[in-house]
Design a protein around this ligand. Sequence first.
Ligand SMILES: Cc1cc2nc3c(=O)[nH]c(=O)nc-3n(C[C@H](O)[C@H](O)[C@H](O)COP(=O)(O)O)c2cc1C
Length: 194
Amino acid sequence: MNKPIRILGIAGSLRNTSFNRGVLRAATQLAPDGAIIEIFELDGIPGFNQDQEQNPPEKVAEFKRKIREADAILFVTPEYNYSVPGVLKNAIDWASRPYGDSAWNGKPAAIMGASVGGIATARAQYHLRQMMVFLNMFPVNQPEVMIGNAAEKFDEQGNLTDETTKGFIRQLLENLVTWTHRLAEEPKKMEQGG
Ligand SMILES: Cc1cc2nc3c(=O)[nH]c(=O)nc-3n(C[C@H](O)[C@H](O)[C@H](O)COP(=O)(O)O)c2cc1C
C-alpha cells in the first residue's frame, strides 16, 4: 500500500473568520483516502529581510522544514488589489531563500481561493502560478477552484457551506494526489529508461 500523501495547506489570510482559512479547514475534511492535509498558519512570520536569509527567524525555519517534509503544497489565497496578499508573498519569498536553498523546488501544488467579488481570485491565482515558474513548482491545472461571492457560501464563522464548491475542492484534491504520485514515479521511469 502507498504511504499517505502529506499535503501542507497554507492560507494567505490571517483574518479570524477568513473565507480562505475556512476553505482550507474544509479541505482537510474533503481530502481523499490516502492523503492528509496539515495546516501551517502564517501569522508571526516577519517581513522578509535579506540580511537574515542565512539565519532566518525560527518560524521561517519551521516553515521551510514543513514544506520540505510535505509531498505536496495546497495554497488557498485571497485576492488583494488584483494579486496575492503580502503575507503570502512574504512567506513564499522567505522559503525561497537563500538562493539555491529554496524549500519549494520540485513540489507539486494546487491552488484555491475565495473572494467576496465575482472574479473570484482569478488574478491572484494566475500571479501565484507565475511565481511557481521561477520556484520550479508543479501546479495542477484543473479544476480551477475560484470561489466568488463568498459571503453567500460561508456561515458567520467562515465555514464553507456550499455543496457545489465542496465538490470542486474534492476533485482538485483527488487530482493533486494523482499528480503527486505521477511526479514521484517519473524519476523511477527515467532511471529505467522509460
Ligand atoms: C487590501 C484588500 C484588497 C482587496 N482586493 C481585492 C481584489 O483585488 N479582488 C477581490 O476580489 N477582492 C479584494 N478584496 C476583498 C477580499 O476578497 C475579501 O476581503 C476577502 O474576504 C479576503 O479573504 P479572507 O476572507 O480569506 O480574509 C480586498 C480586500 C482587502 C483587505
